[in-house]
Design a protein around this ligand. Structure first.
Ligand code: ADP
Ligand code: MG
Length: 725
């Protein structure tokens, strides 16, 4: 046996064999994810206690998050006027004093708090009758009798996460024991050259510093090493994916014939923005190369992603390939179908008689070969059964149709393409990782373009979509005026209606969005239905108002959306079903009820429905009390910027990356140390190093990479098999 395997066995010992742990406590430890000695060594402190008195009490500010040690001076338990028990204690740092208060507490708290004892306190500083006060502080007594000599002398104490009846003392002693018996058996899990290059601590030392720090500065430096480690292994996965993809997957090499694309360019009703031109160039470079394109096109709402996509589609079609454009909803798919047909027709590239047939697209050419010379054939493919769908699929299979626009229906097994060369996926985050890869796996491998209107900070894109190249449309078409955004209290709604009526008089249209469809017993939120009835009969009886929500039949939704697009319906009251991609340039007002209830990304998407024409648009965010601090900050962000990237960064900051994406499907890893906003520089280092290593040694065959391989397979082995094709 190699020495490293031998040693490994040691740290894999179950924690229950440690002195003072045993069966019961090991079950509580398992709840914290700690099963083996190694897990325990890697159980990192949640925070630290500085035993020495640091900041004097007199220097604390109200609202500040504080952690400090002080002496308990007096303890007072009493009943309040409402006959509730309450505990107050006075604490002092020897110079100044303050109080801590508990309104709720477990039995026995009073006995623990002994005058004269030293304790560590942490919490949010507040004030009561001119006296600094902590309410329900976290605290820990520092001079327990049984505290071992070792911990007694530490200037800094680690504070671990707890569960069940575990205490800090139990975990601290177990960590100490584990460390002294097993640390010498720990191998590093970063290659030597990387450790030296970045002057990282050896893993053993880093762990030692993590648990037994003597100075607070050390902790940050050590945390960086572990954050890097997490990022490095994740980037190894992307590196392997990308390099495998480059080597093993051949894509189609399109030739830029400038036939269809040139005609479209000449007939465009507007000038492309610089950003659009640049991104089209980036896409064409990929498509004319031999590798399969996997590109994420990020652009804020209204930045003009559709037209960019159309150029890629035309390049594929003029090379004799089919193109597919997939959208997450029928409303969107239909919109793309109409817009693209119009553009194609205006450029003289398609036959109008076919286009007039409307969304079902059931009248198609009977031409069996794939040609576009006498008119590009476009169809719309929707889910479910409907008349003409079978014939449509036959046309797709024999190559009678050049461009297939549709919903998830495109992914169905029975949709056979004759020669699919290009796929665009709109609002790609609405599709799971596997769904988005599904069309790309067909052979020959079509070039893939993923569109996203949820701007993701670059750092996140690199971790979540590390397999994709990124193009960014960072410029809006000219003449777009930023949407004027106001936060208004629900009590002032009448004034808002008055302002909106001015827009209606000018012939403009209005969106009104509510979080709920109907009133519910559980919630006192205003519902779309109630508001719809109110607006229709009381506020704007002179204008045609419609209600749109997710529980309606698809056909009804479409009919209403259509009427709104045509300008017949002036006011559309809806739930968030209109959130994604809908384009009605004549709509200039977006009113959002209970705006405090929406996330930033959603508010931004909703606001993006207006400001799409040349007219000034308005967004009213109606807030209802009570509103949380985060809710207030979100609304303030909305009024201070219209830049989707700034909003996304803020969103990420307020919610954290986990919630930012909502689901696990995005493949977002849960990092224990790395913080994607704070650690962007580490991420860049880790990415470079990982790509470097995999470029040199794809299969980890060098002896110095054996340890990296082992760790990598443990962390990402399973996931990797899912992704490679
Ligand atoms: P999104 O990126 O949100 O999908 P769209 O592609 O729907 O944006 O474009 C939004 C609107 O802007 C459409 O009406 C489109 O015709 C228009 N548009 C796109 N590019 C330009 C441009 N360069 N100049 C003027 N209008 C443009
Ligand atoms: Mg779009």
């Amino acid at each position: 046996m190699k020495p490293s395997e031998d040693r490994e066995a040691g740290v894999q010992t179950p924690v229950k064999f440690l002195k003072g742990i045993g069966e019961v406590r090991s079950r509580w430890l398992a709840k914290l994810g700690v099963k083996t000695i190694l897990d325990l060594l890697e159980l990192f402190p949640r925070t630290y206690i500085q035993r020495v008195m640091n900041t004097p009490i007199a220097e604390f500010r109200i609202g500040q998050q504080v952690a400090f040690t002080a002496q308990i001076c007096w303890v007072d338990k009493r009943m309040t006027k409402k006959n509730q028990p309450q505990i107050n204690i006075g604490i002092s740092d020897g110079v100044s004093a303050m109080v801590c208060t508990w309104f709720k507490f477990y039995p026995g708290l009073e006995e623990q708090l002994k005058p004269g004892a030293m304790a560590w306190f942490s919490g949010n500083m507040s004030e009561y009758q001119n006296m600094l006060q902590l309410i329900h502080p976290e605290f820990e007594l520092l001079e327990e009798e049984q505290e071992s000599d070792f911990w007694k002398e530490r200037p800094i104490l680690p504070v671990y996460p707890l569960s069940g009846n575990l205490t800090q003392k139990i975990i601290r002693n177990a960590v100490l024991q584990a460390f002294s018996q097993y640390a010498q058996k720990l191998d590093d899990n970063l290659p030597d050259d990387i450790i030296q290059k970045h002057r990282f601590e050896q893993r053993k030392n880093a762990l030692q510093m993590m648990h037994f720090a003597t100075k607070p500065e050390i902790i940050d430096r050590v945390r960086n090493r572990f954050a890097y480690e997490e990022l490095f292994y994740q980037q190894l996965m992307w590196a392997r994916h990308n390099i495998f993809h480059q080597k093993e997957i051949t894509g189609i090499t399109f030739v830029n014939k400038k036939q269809l694309t040139r005609k479209m360019y000449d007939k465009l009703p507007f000038q492309l923005t610089k950003a659009q031109k640049r991104v089209i160039r980036e896409i064409f470079e990929d498509m004319t190369s031999g590798k399969q394109m996997s590109r994420l096109l990020q652009g804020d709402v209204g930045s003009g992603k559709t037209i960019v996509t159309l150029f890629a589609i035309l390049l594929a079609v003029e090379n004799g390939f089919q193109a597919a454009f997939m959208a997450p909803t029928e409303i969107l798919a239909e919109q793309h179908y109409r817009n693209i047909c119009q553009l194609i027709e205006a450029a003289g590239l398609g036959q109008s008689e076919q286009l007039e047939e409307g969304p079902s697209g059931d009248k198609t050419s009977t031409d069996a070969s794939l040609r576009w010379n006498d008119g590009l054939k476009v169809c719309l493919l929707k889910g479910g059964q409907y008349k003409g769908k079978k014939e449509l699929k036959e046309q797709i299979a024999c190559g009678g149709i050049n461009l297939i626009i549709g919903t998830h229906a495109l992914l169905q097994e029975d949709v056979v393409f004759q020669n699919l060369g290009f796929v665009a996926v709109d609002e790609q985050h609405r599709f799971g990782v596997e769904q988005r890869a599904k069309l790309g796996k067909r052979k020959p491998h079509p070039d893939m373009l993923y569109l996203s209107a949820t701007p993701i900070p670059r750092s996140l894109a690199m971790t979540v979509y590390g397999d994709l190249e990124v193009s960014i449309l960072d410029e809006l078409p000219p003449n777009r005026k930023p949407v004027n955004t106001f936060v208004r209290s629900s009590a002032k709604l009448d004034i808002v209606w008055l302002e909106i009526s001015k827009e209606l008089k000018k012939g403009r249209q209005v969106y009104i969005v509510c979080p709920l469809i109907e009133e519910s017993e559980k919630s006192d939120l205003l519902s779309a239905e109630t508001l719809y009835n109110h607006v229709k009969s009381k506020v704007f009886p002179a204008y045609l108002t419609s209600l749109l929500h997710g529980r309606m039949k698809a056909a009804d939704k479409e009919a209403i959306m259509h009427a709104f697009k045509q300008g017949m319906v002036k006011i559309l009251v809806s739930t968030t079903v209109i959130e994604v991609g809908v384009d009605v340039p004549n709509a200039t007002v977006m009113l959002i009820e209970h705006a405090e209830r929406f996330g930033l990304a959603q508010l931004h998407q909703l606001r993006g429905r207006v400001g799409r024409g040349a007219d000034q648009s308005y967004c009213y965010l109606i807030e209802h009390q009570p509103i949380s601090a985060i809710g207030r900050e979100r609304l303030a962000t909305m009024t201070s910027t219209t830049d989707g990237f700034v909003i996304a960064e803020k969103d990420l900051e307020l919610r954290g990356p986990g919630e930012f994406f909502g689901t696990e499907q995005s493949g977002l890893p849960r990092f224990r140390f790395a913080n994607l906003i704070r650690d962007q520089h580490l991420l860049k280092l880790a990415r470079n190093d990982a790509f470097d290593l995999i470029g040199k040694d794809f299969a980890f065959s060098l002896p110095e990479h054996a340890m990296v391989q082992k760790q990598f397979l443990t962390l990402y082995g399973k996931k990797e098999t899912l992704m490679m094709y």
